[in-house]
Design a protein around this ligand. Structure first.
Ligand SMILES: Cc1ncc(C[n+]2csc(CCOP(=O)(O)OP(=O)(O)O)c2C)c(N)n1
Ligand SMILES: [Mg+2]
Length: 344
């Protein structure tokens, strides 16, 4: 039998979500899943190049955290597994798909590709290909918010930054150095570790001396929370608390979401390291199926309503592909653009 870490208890009935928000969160999760499935299809058809890392299975983390923030106003930083964080942050699916296709209409103007989604308009600070690279960048964004508010007296500077990274990133020095500064300066940031048990083919237990990552927060005097990352309401409730702490000047929180990726590390990974037994354990905890069952059980939605959302999202994703396919490639004359800042 595989040894799985005991997931923290969470009483879903105490989580408050109304119909409108419940459907919004469900739609966001379905968008993440359908988008990634379409992305795999397009990758295997040769429509995109380079490494592509999908987010299937982890949707409750992106939707639970970002939908508890103010998408578009707050900041989000991601890793190379960034498509779904971009979608939750409000970047239109067609711009994310066009970026994957390397088109000029992509959110990074076709220059970034899968691992470098960016949108100033949506507060998306970027996907980052180096492990842990986004942690100091996100903290810089949180620092400027605090600086504008406290030093420059800008009362509108109350943005919160959510910084997403994996279990593997927590063995990197930038994690420790930045958590220290963030706690010291009480920065308005939430560090969200998506512990999916693996860093490519390296199992988390083999790579780290203390596998319970949330406990690492305590050495910085920072709250550390462990949450079932397959339960969107549990993630959302932990995020709401962390957001309100950050917004009210009480400083950062480390949230460790226990989750699992349903596909290989990237679309080039044959996924032979993980046991069938382990995969089945986690497939049975599919966060989207779990939340759909909850919405129906609580009379927040009917099967028909959920099906309607799925149809609408499928159409959005299909549209995104059409948009990406029919968009132009960046013009060769613009090869040197977007390297240095330009005058307005
Ligand atoms: C600094 C650095 N070292 C190594 C790599 C190669 N690499 C790419 S992804 C990865 C695993 C990271 O795993 P984790 O942080 O758990 O994220 P996950 O892929 O599970 O989402 C590694 C080692 C890299 N991109 N950057
Ligand atoms: Mg991992």
């Amino acid at each position: 039998m595989i040894q799985e870490r005991t997931l923290p208890d969470f009483n879903a009935t105490t989580a408050k979500i109304n119909k409108e928000e419940g459907l919004r969160v469900y739609e966001d999760m379905v968008l993440g899943r359908f988008f990634e499935d379409k992305c795999a299809e397009m990758y295997y058809r040769g429509k995109m190049f380079g490494f592509v890392h999908l987010y299937n299975g982890q949707e409750a983390v992106s939707s639970g955290v970002i939908q508890a923030m103010r998408p578009g106003e707050d900041f989000v930083s991601s890793t190379y597994r960034d498509h779904v964080h971009a979608l939750s942050a409000g970047v239109p699916a067609k711009e994310v798909m066009a970026e994957l296709f390397g088109k000029a209409t992509g959110c990074s103007k076709g220059r970034g590709g899968s691992m470098h989604m960016f949108s100033a308009e949506h507060g998306l600070l970027g996907g980052y290909a180096f492990v842990a690279e986004g942690i100091p960048v996100a903290s810089g964004a949180a620092f400027q918010t605090k600086y504008r508010r406290e030093v420059l007296g800008d009362e509108n500077a109350d943005q919160v930054t959510a910084c997403f990274f994996g279990d593997g990133a927590c063995n990197n020095g930038q994690f420790y150095e930045t958590l220290n500064m963030a706690a010291l300066w009480k920065l308005p940031i939430i560090f969200v570790v998506e512990n999916n048990k693996w860093a490519i083919g390296m199992s988390h237990e083999r790579a780290t001396s203390q596998p319970e990552i949330y406990k690492k927060a305590s050495v910085f005097g920072m709250p550390g929370v462990e949450v079932d990352g397959m339960d969107v309401l549990a993630v959302r409730s932990a995020a709401q608390e962390a957001v309100s702490r950050a917004r009210s000047g009480e400083g950062p929180t480390l949230i460790e979401a226990l989750t699992y990726r349903f596909r290989g590390h990237s679309l080039a990974d044959p996924d032979e390291m993980r046991s069938k037994e382990e995969k089945e354990f986690w497939f049975s905890r599919d966060p989207i199926k779990k939340f759909a069952a909850y919405l129906i059980e609580q009379n927040l939605a009917s099967q028909e309503e959920l099906k309607g959302i799925e149809r609408k999202i499928q159409a959005t994703v299909d549209e995104a592909v059409k948009f990406a396919e029919s968009s132009p490639e960046p013009d060769a004359s613009e090869l040197h653009r977007f390297i240095f800042a330009e005058d307005e």
